[in-house]
Design a protein around this ligand. Sequence first.
Ligand code: IMP
Length: 179
Amino acid sequence: MSKIKVHDREFVKSISREEIATEVKRVAERINKDYAGKRPLLLGVLNGCFMFVSDLMKNLEIECEISFVKFSSYQGSETTGKVNQVIGLSESIEGRDVIILEDIVDTGLTMHKMLETLAESKPASLAVASLFLKPARLRVPIEVKYSAFEIADRFILGYGLDYDGLGRNLPDVYEVVEQ
Ligand code: IMP
């Protein structure tokens, strides 16, 4: 199934589940190496991160913990530019090595707000791992230490990412067909 319709828009398959598995494993291997002997706290940003978190964690061999945070900034396929914290962090991150796990860094506004908020709690270190990064869309300088894919400025869905609530269940990634 290489072409699909979701709501009013057509999408074409752009990244296969095999390619995703390979790149997620590569990110996990880097984290295994960089955090050897440490016990990082992974912080998944819901909703879109769930498949990435699951597959990444299965490839982590170091001791690690996982927790989730939720921000909301998106309506449909265009960013609203507004970022609101929906669910805060329940545990202390002071002195912890924190790795934020995000599905996609687009304008970077969500991640910027996240980094700012978390830095107030004085973690020992703070790093970002994002499955996708759209470098051309960045509006604020963000260091994404681990990114599995750098992609063009096109709206994508699948593997946890949605278009107005749909498409998160797709195991491959699809990009919008411009009309
Ligand atoms: P940012 O604040 O503009 O970086 O947006 C980050 C959030 O927007 C991500 O966590 C996604 O939920 C959503 N997002 C950005 N680009 C896409 C896309 O191409 N497909 C689906 N969701 C996206």
